[in-house]
Design a protein around this ligand. Structure first.
Ligand code: DGL
Length: 282
């Protein structure tokens, strides 16, 4: 009996670890909402900066990265995984759920549904990566939810790289966004969907370009709610407690990431490095 209760004790002090992945810093827009809502759950965040941007790669290649990152996060103790990247979700979510049936996954899809419900002009702009627009998930979302709505798409070439460098306000970042948004505004768009997790970092700039009347849909709070729901359903939800540890890992330069995090999150973090060897993370 003693052994049993001490075993339970250990389980109760170690709250379920949430694993999160993105090609780079984009998933940090999801991470900050998840931390706000679920501070007692430890998080292991992996930025695959050796391969960023995912959006210019084939879905098959991204699928391979996502599979190995998932294996690695589970090996680090993750009990639930948030694929905090639209591109990786479009490419790999279905496969991940099949191949790792014991792990609950939270994935992303461009928020076309709420946009279609909320638009008054019937014109919606969608900003996402090239790969996301190619995937079946996108065409299915459009088919199911956007009947009668005009969708204007732009993949904002170069924007992910600007954000990876912490350039959220500079002239090059602004030029990329103007080029995408002005034609959308001219065609009457009143709602803009951020279909790439990097883009919420440039919401202030987007608002400066669109003005206050245009609605900008950031999916991050909904993803945090979905994470909470799935923790509850899986019996992994922790009670109240102290705020838990956050581990940040990158397959790129740990030093670079550590220097950009304060710009993005207004706090500092140590960053560990992980290396791709052949197709394995070590
Ligand atoms: N943040 C990612 C997304 O949500 C990918 C950006 C990229 O690496 O191209 O799509």
């Amino acid at each position: 009996l003693y052994a049993l209760s001490s075993g339970n004790f250990f389980w109760s002090v170690m709250n379920a670890i949430i694993g999160m992945m993105d090609s780079g810093v984009g998933g940090l827009t999801i991470l900050r909402e998840v931390r706000k809502m679920l501070p007692v759950h430890p998080v292991v965040y992996l930025a695959d900066q050796a391969h960023v941007p995912y959006g210019e790669r084939s879905l098959e290649e991204v699928r391979g990265f996502a599979r190995e990152i998932t294996r690695y996060l589970i090996a680090q103790g993750a009990r639930l995984i948030v694929v905090a990247c639209n591109t990786a979700s479009v490419a790999a979510l279905r496969m991940l759920r099949n191949e790792f049936p014991d792990t609950p996954f939270v994935g992303m899809e461009p928020a076309v549904k709420p946009a279609a419900e909320q638009t008054r002009s019937g014109v919606v702009g969608v900003l996402a990566t090239h790969a996301t627009f190619q995937g079946e998930v996108y065409s299915s979302v459009v088919e199911r939810f956007a009947a009668g709505v005009t969708l204007l798409q732009d993949h904002c070439p170069g924007l992910v790289a600007r954000i990876e460098n912490g350039d959220l306000q500079g002239p090059e970042t602004e030029a990329i966004l103007r080029k995408a948004l002005i034609p959308m505004l001219e065609k009457g768009a009143d709602t803009i969907v951020l279909g790439c997790t990097h883009y919420p970092f440039v919401i202030p700039l987007i608002r400066r370009i669109t003005g206050p009347a245009v609605r900008v849909i950031d999916p991050a709070p909904a993803i945090a709610r979905q994470t909470r729901r799935l923790l509850e359903e899986s019996g992994l939800m922790a009670g109240k407690g102290e705020s838990a540890a956050l581990r940040m890992l990158t397959t790129g330069s740990a030093e670079n990431l550590a220097s950009v995090i304060p710009i993005l999150l207004a706090e500092t973090h140590a960053v560990e490095s992980v290396t791709w060897q052949e197709n394995r993370l070590v």
